[in-house]
Design a protein around this ligand. Sequence first.
Ligand code: IPE
Ligand code: IPE
Ligand code: MG
Length: 245
Amino acid sequence: MNIVNLPPRPHFPPPVHVGIIMDGNGRWATARGLPRAVGHKQGAEAVRRTMEAALHLGIRYLSLFAFSSENWKRPAAEIIDLMGLLRLYLRNEVRYLCENGIRLRVIGDRARLAPDIVALIEDSERRTAGNDKLTVIIALSYGGRAEIVEAARRLAEKAATGRIDPNEIDEDSLAEHLYTADVPDPDLLIRTSGEKRISNFLIWQLAYTEFMFLDVLWPDFSRSDLEAAISEFHRRERRYGAIGV
Ligand code: IPE
Ligand code: IPE
Ligand code: MG
């Protein structure tokens, strides 16, 4: 076949790292007269679909915002539902992750999570550590400002004990103290549900990320939504402060 006759590949090459703020579970359920917990359950199904789509498209890192530091302000009953779903997810999903070469990493403040959940996280991370097709990063009890504060505190400790010269602290050394030290910054960020804000997700790492705000509610998010976002991503010109071509 002549090269000009080849079908276009609007999703290729894929962005290396896609972040998603998975929002709208509650509204999805309320619109159907269902409890919010049902929306969260459907949201978990959308996570599985999205991982499959990411694998298919060749995305290397998929970061999913599952529970923010601020979500601890929600009613206790909703938090219990969410943590229950998380337990279920961690117990049942590891086999799928291993079968498909997916590595799982969880970022956020583990001190606030129940000990059995922390144990499940550690177990899932250990069992998937050798997988390298796709890394799924779940942000749980995660806040971007808290992450930066923690990095600053660790740098300050090193400076106070003479292990680092304060004059040598730069963007790279701060980034090395974030949860995402060895992960490239997101190329594309998608937020579902029509809200147009970051809500404290990866605020350092998103400095030059392309943002897409979709009206679809997270439980309805599909492979075609992801593909459409990637096509739009390819139409954008990333200039990083320089002059365009
Ligand atoms: C996102 O859906 C999931 C979490 C934040 C845990 P929401 O629960 O925020 O759903 P809405 O925004 O109320 O519709
Ligand atoms: C952001 O959604 C956090 C997650 C999707 C996990 P929220 O629903 O908590 O965000 P706000 O409160 O509308 O900013
Ligand atoms: Mg929300």
